[in-house]
Design a protein around this ligand. Structure first.
Ligand code: DGT
Ligand code: CA
Ligand code: CA
Length: 574
């Protein structure tokens, strides 16, 4: 059975979770998490590297111990350390970690204090009011746990876009090797770049459907076949991801791609326009009476109802049809438009690499400038920088910029916004930076009024440049904090500062709808990688996808500006 990076990363994450629940050494726990992250972000399968005999300990975060475990998992499909941990702890305990708001520390308390190790026991204890009395919990947390259990029961599992991509890519390559296949494309929410996808919808052009379907259901990652016919099949992969494959003829391809790209509500709106024109749209084509008038390409389908082609990311029935009619569709920002990245970490705080290595990687990614923005002192878990260390880093950056490296580094800090809205470094130090990113990393539980006031106050600081990950969510793990985002966007405009769209696939924060709002208000958005390693610049593409969903054009994005212009804009915030 092929083992993917994701499988090994999941093993490492589970080890880290279980160690943390047991209360093990934080450094050991972090080593596993870092290893998992490296694997997830590696551009190729680690299996290939190992097969080629390469030394994988040169990867960031992979030491001797983790390298040995990777070899073990590749060779045996098992990891004895994990097996042992699992035997020591109840089997379903790790499931509790998936509930928003429950980290290993809390699960540790639930397990050791109340002997809770599954959803049912948790729900019973929460209903009985036992949880609010545990140290580190409270009535609010208890209520939130109940709500999370409810939400968990309601929604099936969704996959983060980046994770779904890791399964989609090899599967698409595999389908292309089926007999008679001319084209394979992923439609659905994946093509619309939604932050999470429920299932993959794959379209194939081929003459003989049956052979393609036989090939598909024989894919070695298929766990179960839910349905299978002559032109379509639905399977579940070992990862739990469901995949629909449909084989269509070339004359219908555009219509099928259009139909299965969705969204549902966009399709319905366009179909009613078609109906008014006496046309019928379905996945086989556009028909007048029983005559097919379009269907080969999406452009043809749109043109048949009098519309220009609409980019998939906009197809959410949020005004794109009206805009298309009026000739007012935005020219969406593209990956190649980015000139720099304004949020990156080094090994001075919780990043993995030096300033030099990060700069070289950013340059290789085609960027002209990179802001080094390590954490401030308050974030001790991330080894945040105090004034002295930050000043020393600024000197290294000056020294770097004095050389000729084909990229300019900007001096920055991701400074904690404290509970009262003040910033976690003294003004004289902040004033010497090119860029000050304010970030909320604590007290996510403040009331809406207090959280909003806290952030507005931080933005009022004369050196404040931009607000990091404005909503504070971690997809599938932590809900955004409660805050009046419309007010924050409006305030950014008045104050003349910027908002970040954090491109990390676990964040994708600013939300698409808030990007749209920011654009309407004229607030520039910075699409930032928040890179913690040299591989993370690849994540910028997810930020681009999200920005496109938020209707952003090149001119709406701060870091599409050349350095000179950027400097002027930064200076104007002060
Ligand atoms: P997901 O999978 O939940 O992330 O979201 P989608 O958008 O990929 O939804 P999915 O997989 O259920 O269906 C794929 C596309 O097929 C959907 O975006 C639009 C189209 N579609 C599915 N069912 C219907 C329907 O009942 N009416 C219309 N108009 N389109 C549909
Ligand atoms: Ca889907
Ligand atoms: Ca589907």
């Amino acid at each position: 059975m092929p083992v993917h990076n994701e499988d090994i990363a999941a093993v490492f994450d589970e080890i880290a979770d279980l160690l943390e629940i047991e209360g093990d050494n934080p450094f050991r726990i972090r080593a596993y998490r870092n290893g998992a992250r490296t694997l997830r972000e590696l551009g190729q399968d680690v299996r290939t590297l190992v097969e080629r005999g390469e030394d994988i300990t040169r990867l960031a975060g992979i030491g001797k111990n983790l390298a040995a475990k990777i070899h073990e998992i590749l060779a045996t499909g098992h990891c004895r350390t994990l097996d042992k941990l699992r035997r020591r702890l109840p089997a379903d305990l790790a499931e509790l970690l998936k509930l928003p708001g429950l980290g290993p520390k809390r699960v540790h308390a639930l397990f050791h204090e109340l002997d809770i190790h599954n959803h049912e026991q948790l729900e019973r204890a929460a209903r009985d009011g036992l949880i609010q009395h545990l140290p580190g919990f409270g009535a609010k947390t208890e209520a939130r746990i109940l709500a999370a259990l409810q939400a968990h029961a309601d929604t099936g599992r969704r996959f983060k876009l980046a994770v779904a991509g890791r399964y989609a890519e090899p599967l698409v390559a595999y389908l292309k090797t089926a007999p008679g296949v001319r084209k394979v494309e992923v439609a659905g929410s994946f093509r619309r770049c939604r932050e999470t996808v429920g299932d993959l919808d794959i379209l194939v052009i081929a003459r003989h459907g049956r052979r393609v379907i036989e090939h598909f259901v024989a894919y070695d990652e298929v766990e179960s076949v839910l349905s299978s016919g002559t032109t379509r099949a639905t399977v579940v992969l070992r990862s739990g991801l469901q995949v629909d494959v449909r084989v269509v003829a070339a004359v219908s391809y555009g219509a099928a791609l259009y139909y299965f790209t969705g969204s549902r509500s966009h399709n319905i709106a366009v179909r009613s326009i078609a109906r008014r024109q006496g046309l019928k749209i379905n996945e086989y084509g556009v028909f007048r009476e029983n005559q097919r008038i379009a269907g080969r390409s999406e452009e043809e389908v749109f043109a048949s109802v009098g519309l220009p082609w609409i980019p998939p990311e906009l197809r959410e029935n949020r005004g794109e049809i009206e805009a298309a009619h009026a000739g007012l569709l935005p020219t969406l920002v593209e990956a190649g438009d980015l000139r720099g990245d304004l949020h990156a970490h080094t090994n001075a705080s919780d990043g993995h690499q030096s300033i030099q290595i990060m700069a070289a990687a950013a340059r290789k990614h085609g960027l002209e400038y990179l802001a080094i923005t390590d954490h401030s002192r308050r974030l001790t878990v991330a080894h945040g920088l105090d004034s002295r260390r930050l000043l020393a880093q600024m000197e290294s950056i000056d020294a770097f910029n004095a050389g000729d490296h084909g990229i300019t580094l900007l001096k920055g800090s991701e400074v904690d916004i404290l509970e009262d809205g003040s910033l976690d470094l003294p003004d004289p130090v902040l004033q010497r930076l090119d860029i000050v990113i304010g970030a909320v990393h604590s007290r996510f539980d403040l009331t809406r009024a207090k959280q909003t006031r806290r952030i507005l106050r931080a933005m009022d600081h004369p050196v404040f440049t931009l607000l990091a990950h404005p909503g504070g969510r971690l997809i599938g793990r932590r809900e955004p904090y409660d805050v009046d985002m419309a007010r924050i966007i409006h305030h950014a405009r008045e104050r003349g500062c910027f908002l970040e769209l954090n491109a990390h696939p676990d964040r994708l924060d600013l939300l698409d709808t808030h990007c749209q709002l920011a654009r309407e208000e004229g607030v520039l958005i910075s699409i930032n990688s928040d890179a913690h390693s040299s591989l993370d610049f690849d994540n910028l593409r997810f930020g681009i996808g999200q920005a496109r969903r938020g209707w952003l054009e090149k001119q709406d994005v701060l870091n599409t500006r050349p350095l000179r212009e950027l400097r002027q804009l930064l200076a104007a915030t002060r």
